[in-house]
Write a protein that binds this ligand. Sequence first.
Ligand code: FPP
Length: 258
Amino acid sequence: MPVFPDPHPSGAVAPKIPSQFVPRHVAVVMDGNGRWANQRGLPRNEGHKAGEHSLVDVVAGAIEMGIPYVSAYAFSTENWRRSIDEVSFIMRFVTEVLTRQLDTLQSWGVRVLWSGRKPKLWKSVIRQLEYCQEQTKNNTVCTLVMCVNYGGRAEIADAAQALAQDAAAGVVKPQSVNEKMLARYLYHPEVPDVDLFLRSSGELRTSNFLLWQSAYAELVFLDVLWPDVDRLVLWDAVEQYARRDRRYGGAVDQVAGR
Ligand code: FPP
């Protein structure tokens, strides 16, 4: 039986929000580790280390709120442009985080999924991601999608390529290709669209994260660096989300004074 995460050290509890206003899928861009470290006179990698706790605490907060899917952007298809030192550190670090946190995630009933491209990604990282997927595959409390060597455009291009191959093989009729069909070729078609897209560190961009899935996501940009994020920050963002008016292109008259 899964155990509930320990409460936040402040004793705070998750805000009570009607279930229809709780996001099903929260995407997080864990940005600001480097700046957090540099502000303290430390190298960027110390910021990544400090961000491990934030990720685990956000997952705890998601469980407490009943959020079933969290996607975490840990390494993008563009992050290979960073220094060799930082790339090597992140490769080792992602493996270590998964190793260190697997028991906790397992005890909470978290299913881990990996989303991303295999080419270029270190074999040790792929092995650990696949091991975590296998070990947690029957967990149902929450799904944590670790996006490693992930790019939104890469995912759509990979889907288009797989679809084109099926069309060339005669499995799919080109004229029947539509949005619904393309979506079935994404890395994890079973994961619902993103409802709440969070980015820490004050940067106002989505940086190629979950482009397809975030078409109608509510965006919340946090003026907090990732290592300072915890479940309280998540809950605050969810409260903002719950107040938003999601129209999906529909609109109704709201004439003033009536
Ligand atoms: C995207 O912004 C941000 C990321 C891909 C997050 C990177 C996060 C880590 C390396 C830390 C991993 C932490 C854990 C706990 C596993 P970008 O900087 O690639 O995009 P930009 O250049 O547009 O700002």
